[in-house]
Design a protein around this ligand. Structure first.
Ligand code: DP6
Length: 342
């Protein structure tokens, strides 16, 4: 084999029950559940050649070389070499881009690391002449970024051992097959409250859970929320889903606010937006929110509520967004291969 090129698109995902805290080599402190997004994706191509004397890895992001990304890529390759022995004697050219603006604050590690992991599995499957192993892709993605292991599936995925879900484990995510049809079209409008770089990376944030006074209670809460959310995903009860996801989002931020080095990741606009969403739901409207470890707000609502939600966002929430920006996203169908251009 001289040269082989593969190309994949893989989605970002939004967690409903959050992964926050880890141990060992990228093992989660508690189970988490998310859905893959439809529009927020990374597209990554990997070209491998037998290793000569030159550079081992060449990485370009949106057409430009990015030396600052190299440590994360090299760490990923070190962690997955035992899974893909062909890594040892090949050099790699990686080109990646995101469909969402880099400055948007949308976590790109889930989409980019899952895309890269799937590319490696695709290369392996071509070398060995067998189908792509998505379970292995999830393991490899996890070694790049924990949340990335949930992005290798469309719809909803669960990662982390729980007695409430068969086949669940800490090494790879599993698809949640029984989800009510109303939730398979759940909408996520991502309100970009702050375009700046996050004050703390997820990796540092996870680290703050080590020795945190409330860590064990938080892990228990997440486990209990997994047990609560699984039946709700089946029945399609939006209002109960909303209670769970909002508690999860606020707990994640509460942990950051109460760690030994405290962080406030909300911006004033975050508080304004989430208060208005909570008020609206208290009047019986099916609208909710979640947050990741930053200031942006993911507004979650059923497809039947799209017109009302968008009117509400535009009339009342957009004023709190940086440059009046938001991204309309929804549950997606998962990664897909792209025919690489030569
Ligand atoms: C708040 O997966 O980005 O989005 O494993 O260190 O790469 P690393 O962390 P990462 O953490 C994601 C945290 C979260 C919650 C979640 O996606 O479950």
């Amino acid at each position: 084999m001289k040269e082989l090129r593969v190309k994949w698109q893989s989605p970002s995902n939004i967690a409903l029950v959050k992964y926050w805290g880890k141990h060992g080599v990228q093992l989660p402190a508690n189970p988490s559940i998310s859905f893959s997004l439809s529009e927020s994706r990374s597209e990554t191509s990997v070209t491998i050649c037998p290793r000569g004397g030159g550079e081992r890895f060449r990485f370009r992001f949106e057409g430009e070389s990015k030396p600052s990304f190299m440590p994360k890529i090299e760490q990923f390759f070190e962690r997955v070499t035992h899974l893909f022995p062909f890594i040892e004697d090949h050099s790699f050219e990686i080109d990646s881009m995101n469909t969402f603006p880099h400055s948007s604050g949308i976590a790109s590690s889930a989409s980019s690391m899952s895309a890269l992991a799937i590319c490696l599995c695709d290369i392996e499957s071509q070398i060995e002449g067998r189908p792509i192993d998505m379970q292995k892709a999830s393991i490899a993605a996890r070694l790049g970024s924990g949340s990335a292991c949930r992005s290798v599936f469309g719809g909803f995925a669960l990662w982390g051992d729980t007695p409430d879900f068969e086949r669940s484990n800490d090494e790879f995510a599993v698809r949640v097959p029984e989800v009510h049809s109303d939730f398979m079209t759940l909408q996520d409008s991502i309100l970009l409250i702050d375009e700046g770089v996050k004050p703390v990376s997820s990796t540092v944030g996870h680290g703050l859970m080590v020795g945190h006074s409330f860590a064990q209670s938080r892990f228990e809460q997440a486990r209990a929320n997994i047990a609560r959310i699984l039946p709700v995903l089946k029945t399609g009860d939006f209002m109960t889903l909303a209670d769970i996801v909002e508690q999860e989002a606020l707990s994640l931020h509460a942990m950051m606010m109460t760690s030994d080095t405290p962080y406030i990741l909300f911006r004033p606009g975050t508080i304004e937006v989430i208060s208005r969403i909570m008020d609206r739901r208290r009047t019986g409207e099916p609208i909710s929110f979640t947050l990741d470890a930053g200031a942006n707000v993911h507004v979650i609502y059923p497809e039947t509520y799209v017109d009302k939600a968008q009117q509400f966002i535009e009339e009342e929430l957009l004023v709190f967004c940086a440059n009046g920006q938001y991204i309309c996203d929804k549950v997606g169908t998962g990664p897909q291969t792209v025919v690489p251009s030569q």
